[in-house]
Design a protein around this ligand. Structure first.
Ligand code: SAM
Length: 690
């Protein structure tokens, strides 16, 4: 709870939670829309009849041997439709390999609070197991995409918090009208379940129907509880057959139908560049080659740090055979080798791409690491008077389960030790992990083989398979896909030498625990960071030595870390007395950084072809160039995480896996563009630098 009133009103968090009224028989009803979430007679039976039966799901799931199936819904609400579909899927797939996944995608503009969700789901004891998993991972009410993995990966739930139309637009492969239907990412069945069009006309728009069509696969079906003319006409206009069938219970009619006529595949439209301005970005980020390739079966990952291990895991869980190649004898020996890796928040009261990506990855990683996270929370102390003014705005902008402003007494209770600071932002859901243990755990999967080799070259053979060769020319591994995830070494290869990655040295100091420091309960961040003791030691970090290449521990850097501890909070050094600097242990690593502080995640661009295809950008940054980016087929990057690998790498890994396997992405289009490996080439061409 906020303890001080903010001096200035901050921009509100633009996501409003649902306002629920509970009827006498315990049914939820929306006070915003004055409508019910489901039939008061029998919500489960209604959900099964309207959505599962009218999309013929049981017959389709029994008949087709699909590796995955995608359902999309307008209005997640209490999650009842999701739970019914997931329950049915699991019943039909008990004896199938776990790589068979139901991907359920649901937009929700007014998410229920967790308390209301728990109360609503208590109505369905037969769905209790899945409900518990949902509640455990239920995302904080922050706008954007939140991906959850349930039932040992057999269910993937992607919650799109925001307006349905805007969020469906954001998961497309491109917003360029010529490429709007690009990509194999396709929905197989639609559950159209917003409140009734008469009560919620803002949702049932022509834009929504168009996005539904654009995201639909061949023979995609839909069903909806409503039979309103606006829905019937809207869906028919974008290509669905629409029939009226009897509704559930006392409802007379409802609609169901099938996508009949997919519009022309836009890839075949002539895309000659012209020297005129365009309101649309050239689709340089689009990886059309991927949709043209056969489904991959195997992957090489180069790099055994957090980025490589997360990528290996994401692909292994999708059924690919993964060879993870590490040059050291053990995993996590470079930048991921510190004993305490912090899930470090950096929130902003503004909505920049960096802030949005940072928050999305932080929320994702706190779910991802939940089984091995040390849930100490993280306390951020102000570094300047500007921070002191800024903190209340952040507190006001975000929900309490993400961040809370703490002052004086409450601050000390949280920290467990005396502090000189008067205020701080506390993140109760964050903490720290042991990165080497995390890397080991992630790679313990039957589809992952870890081998030791120092890869010097990547070559593609005639069958478009990737060969990873060491400096003697020996092939260490061969696979359909290659992912380069080796930090600063990622630009070592001919295909990636254009990347502007820069190593920045960082040294941590290991402070032996004292009787006073033992009571530190949370990670404290400010000018530096200090973690609670583990096995008798605290990690204090980390220096930021631009341009330095020495790998030996430096006493000067230990002093810098201690000075940063003093700057973070002048009471903290007292916990440690006067440590003997000459005998302090520590560790040196090299962060892999990028000019815009965002990571590099996605398909590897073909540098020469980009320069040729987008040459007009040198003269006119808004030139009309309707040409999709040329990428190395099957080659991807996951690097450039700076100091934030623990939070950035898991989401980047899932993004890359979704791209490789043609799935709905876990990140909005503009954020995917912001971290795309081709962005630097485009930026430099616009600046006429290359
Ligand atoms: N499917 C839900 C279930 O299983 O509990 C019930 C859905 S309820 C009838 C309709 C939902 O649509 C509400 O949760 C509401 O907040 C959501 N909604 C309304 N307008 C929306 C919009 N424009 N975009 C996304 N969701 C919206």
């Amino acid at each position: 709870m906020t303890e001080t009133a903010p001096p200035h009103p901050a921009p509100p968090n633009d996501l409003q939670v649902a306002e629920i009224e509970w009827s006498e028989n315990g049914q939820p009803q929306s006070s915003i829309f004055n409508d019910v979430y489901f039939s008061s007679a029998s919500g489960i039976d209604e959900s099964r009849y309207v959505f599962i039966d009218q999309n013929d799901l049981i017959e389709r799931w029994q008949a087709q041997d699909l590796p995955h199936f995608t359902i999309a819904e307008t209005g997640f609400g209490t999650g009842l439709n999701f739970l019914c579909a997931a329950h049915q899927w699991l019943q039909l797939n008990t004896d199938k390999p776990s790589a068979r996944t139901l991907h359920y995608l649901a937009a929700e503009k007014y998410p229920l609070t967790k308390t209301d969700l728990v109360r609503a789901l208590a109505l369905w004891p037969e769905l209790a197991n899945l409900s518990l998993e949902l509640v455990e991972q239920y995302p904080i009410a922050v706008p954007g995409i939140h991906q959850l993995s349930m039932a040992k990966g057999q269910i993937r739930l992607t919650l799109l918090y925001g307006d349905a139309s805007e969020m469906f637009a954001a998961i497309k492969q491109s917003d360029h009208p010529l490429f709007a239907r690009q990509g194999n990412t396709r929905v197989n069945a639609w559950f159209l379940d917003g409140f009734a069009p008469a009560k919620n006309p803002e949702m049932w728009t022509d834009d929504l129907f168009q996005h539904i069509a654009d995201l639909s696969g061949q023979h995609a079906t839909f069903s909806t509880f409503t039979a309103a003319g606006i829905v019937k006409r809207g869906l028919a206009t974008v290509g669905f057959s629409v029939s009226k069938v009897p509704g559930f219970g006392h409802k007379r009619d409802m609609l169901r139908g099938e996508m009949l006529s997919l519009p022309l595949a836009t890839a075949s439209i002539s895309t000659r560049p012209a020297a005129v301005n365009s309101p649309y970005l050239p689709p340089w980020y689009l990886n059309i080659q991927n949709t043209e390739r056969a489904t991959p079966c195997s992957a090489i990952i180069i790099g055994g740090g957090i980025a490589g291990c997360c990528t290996a895991r994401s692909l292994a869980e999708r059924g690919l055979r993964v060879t993870l190649i590490e040059r050291h004898t053990r995993l996590a020996q470079e930048a991921s080798g510190n004993p305490q890796g912090i899930l470090y928040p950096k929130l902003s009261s503004k909505s920049s791409v960096l802030a949005r990506f940072g928050l999305a990855s932080l929320l994702f990683s706190s779910r991802y690491h939940r089984h091995w996270l040390h849930p100490s929370g993280v306390l951020v102390l102000p570094e300047s008077p500007a921070d002191i003014e800024h903190f209340p705005k952040i507190d006001q902008r975000y929900p309490d389960d993400l961040v809370q402003l703490k002052t004086s007494g409450a601050l000390v209770d949280i920290a467990g030790v005396a502090l000189a600071s008067d205020c701080g932002l506390f993140f109760p859901g964050l903490g720290w992990i042991h990165p080497p243990d995390t890397c080991r755990t992630l790679t313990e999967h039957p589809n992952i083989q870890v081998i030791q080799a120092d890869i010097d070259r990547l070559e593609q053979n005639k069958q478009q398979r990737w060969l990873a060769e060491d400096s003697s020319g020996a092939t260490a591994a061969i696979a359909d896909i290659a992912v380069i995830a080796c930090g600063n070494g990622s630009r070592h290869f001919a295909q990636t030498s254009h990347l502007p990655l820069k190593p920045i040295r960082g040294q941590i100091s290991t402070l032996p625990e004292t009787s006073a420091s033992r009571s530190l309960k949370t990670v404290i961040c400010g000018r530096g960071y200090l973690a609670p003791a583990i096995e008798g030691n605290h990690t204090l970090g980390a220096t930021y030595n631009v341009g330095e290449t020495g790998t030996a521990l430096s006493e000067t850097d230990h002093r810098t870390n201690l000075q940063h501890l003093q700057d973070t909070d002048s009471a903290l050094p007292e916990l440690f007395g006067s440590p003997d600097i000459a005998s302090l242990a520590g560790r040196v690593g090299f962060r892999c950084t990028t000019p815009d502080y965002l990571p590099v995640a996605g398909p590897a661009p073909d540098y020469q072809q980009y320069r040729q295809d987008y040459a007009l950008l040198r003269k006119n940054a808004r030139a009309h160039i309707p040409v999709a980016g040329k990428h190395w087929p099957g080659l991807y990057l996951n690097c450039g995480h700076g100091s934030r690998g623990m939070s950035y790498a898991p989401l980047c890994a899932e993004l890359i896996a979704s791209q490789i396997c043609n799935e709905i992405p876990p990140l909005e289009l503009d954020l995917r563009q912001a971290i795309h490996p081709g962005r630097f080439i485009i930026r430099d061409m616009k600046r006429n630098k290359i």
